[in-house]
Design a protein around this ligand. Sequence first.
Ligand SMILES: *Cc1c(COP(=O)(O)O)cnc(C)c1O
Length: 360
Amino acid sequence: MTRVYNFSAGPAMLPEVVLKKAREEMCDWQGTGMSVMEMSHRGKAFMEIAARAEADFRELLGISDDYRVLFLQGGASAQFSMVPINLLGNRKKADYFNTGQWSKKAIAEARRFCDVNIVASSADEGYCSVPDRAQWQLDPDAAYVHYTPNETIGGVEFAEIPSVGDVTLVADMSSTLLSRPLDINRFGIIYAGAQKNIGPAGLTLVIVRKDLIGEPLADMPVLFDYRTHANNDSMYNTPPTYSWYIAGLVFSWLKELGGLETMARINERKAASLYAAIDGSDFYSNPVNRENRSWMNVPFTLANDALDSIFLQEAAELGLQTLKGHRSVGGMRASIYNAMPEAGVEALVAFMQDFAQRYG
Ligand SMILES: *Cc1c(COP(=O)(O)O)cnc(C)c1O
């Protein structure tokens, strides 16, 4: 078996031990004589898998009984609609930070349901920072404030959880949830598509404070109502069972590793070593304001973009794959989620230094 270091932004790498465990259990899950893929979601075996995954997820993040955890489908993109549908109530407006491509998509979708007040935007300077607190225009009457703690495409991260007074805070954590400890109690809703840092595509996790689960806007589809999922333990219709199971294996892996404190130290080291390689050379650069640099997604450009394709080809030959930057940004992007081993980042750094010496 040859495994490469896959720097894809998503779907992304999974821990090898998780894949091996899944292989071991593929055809016969713990003596049931069937694969998890073949099980009824209402049967005893899957109910056990589902409950264990939720319990481990709650333990990792310290999620209290004030919150429900929903295992949904539709990706983070479906949450772009579900958040306004379920949180607006009688209000007509919501606050959104615009710090990158994913914020922009969330805003466009929210505009279908309400007036969007842009709290602050870094669009004019190419989404390379989070605007200063002094520039924020929060609306105390907004139904909620939405932000994207880690912008996956631009590699821009909020240095802190924004303080928004008494207004409900909502976060799209698709590319950062579980990368470090988090104070869940600061949030009304956190959502994340699984395929970046949690598990396989097809599963979306939503952490929602119980008192926010209420009457949605009128005439909305039943599947877009949080109550539907909360009242049926995420089994109103068939959930993405296999993705749920694999996410559960990822949660056990994180627990065995030592939890999110340990994961955070590893992630911080990986990011520091990659940014040091970029900053330590005139050949590479990263455009993001230093204090907003992402731990998870690291975009960088070469001094001469005519060398991009050679860089990508040579990297791929060494097993360093999917480094091409997003089409809207260009250059390279290394996504270094939880499952990217430190050895993968070390191999990338060594290759970058060697490449710069040969072509710089
Ligand atoms: C990938 C991503 C999305 C879109 O996720 P889907 O699961 O494809 O809908 C939304 N927001 C962020 C921050 C992302 O990284």
